[in-house]
Ligand binder design. Structure first.
Ligand code: MF3
Ligand code: CO
Ligand code: CO
Length: 255
């Protein structure tokens, strides 16, 4: 477990990569409409990342992943592959964007509802966002990863939802996935104690039903075993002297 503490110069590059990743999510929002395919969303994001941001879409060819973003619909937990599937009213979709800018990664994702979304799905999207925010707001030197995971888990379960165990947040920097693993469940006062200069993601996956997951035959798409809906939000976070900075949050925006 080698956790890289980022220098001031590296933090500037991480912030630039983080802002670029969030710009992609902002850019794509008006296109997330009934009738568009997830592959069309992928193409729009890819072209924007390469041509406008002069950055690299990190997922493309990452361990063989075939596309530039992840699109995870309804009961897909994460790592959905953009395809010919058209969005339709009442779908919920997570779009996960990771870019490499000047050698550093920025990783973030958010949920979108297509047209009018069911009451349960709306609540799932809201509660999963609250889980991420509660986790991020705890970040400061001296706090442990177990404290953060516990707070996220308690909030999800209090609302009758479950936390996916097989996937977690991660250190991030020159590499897409660095140490430590950031679990979205846990026991207070256990695990790594945060220090200034650490950078990692917080990206809870919250299931409407049971926590169990399985991977489809494509080797990537992770779905809920009970086929109930799942939602996820993600930011890249820096531990500062006395708190946190969400590196994928644009100036003036809320988490
Ligand atoms: N962006 C995802 C994460 O949050 C990882 C996607 S890996 C890919 O860690 F290969 F599926 F793109
Ligand atoms: Co991530
Ligand atoms: Co991501």
């Amino acid at each position: 477990m080698n956790i890289k503490i980022k220098s001031a110069d590296e933090i500037i590059k991480m912030r630039s990569a983080g802002h670029a990743a969030m710009k992609v999510l902002k850019m794509i929002e008006p296109s997330v409409r009934a009738g568009i395919t997830t592959d069309e969303l992928n193409t729009i994001c890819h072209d924007y990342i390469v041509n406008d941001l002069k950055a690299i879409p990190a997922p493309l060819n990452y361990q063989g992943f075939p596309k530039s973003i992840c699109t995870s619909l309804n009961h897909v937990i994460c790592h959905g592959i953009p395809s010919e599937r058209k969005l339709k009213k009442s779908d919920i979709i997570n779009i996960d964007v990771t870019v490499i800018k000047d050698g550093y990664h920025g990783d973030c994702s958010k949920m979108f509802g297509v047209g009018k979304v069911g009451v349960l799905e709306q609540r799932l999207m809201r509660v999963s966002h609250e889980c991420m925010v509660k986790g991020i707001e705890m970040v400061k030197p001296g706090v442990s990863l177990g404290d953060i995971g516990h707070a996220i888990q308690v909030h999800a379960e209090k609302n009758g939802f479950s936390i996916v165990r097989e996937y977690c947040g991660h250190g991030i920097g020159k590499d897409f996935h660095e140490s430590p693993q950031v679990l979205h469940y846990g026991t207070p006062g256990t695990g790594l104690v945060l220090q200034e200069g650490m950078t990692f993601t917080i990206e809870p996956m919250v299931n409407a039903g049971r926590k169990e997951a399985r991977i489809l035959a494509d080797g990537w798409t992770v779905v809920t075993r009970d086929h109930k809906a799942s939602a996820q939000w993600e930011h890249t976070v820096l531990v500062t002297k006395d708190g946190y900075e969400a590196l994928t949050c644009l100036p003036g925006d809320e988490l």
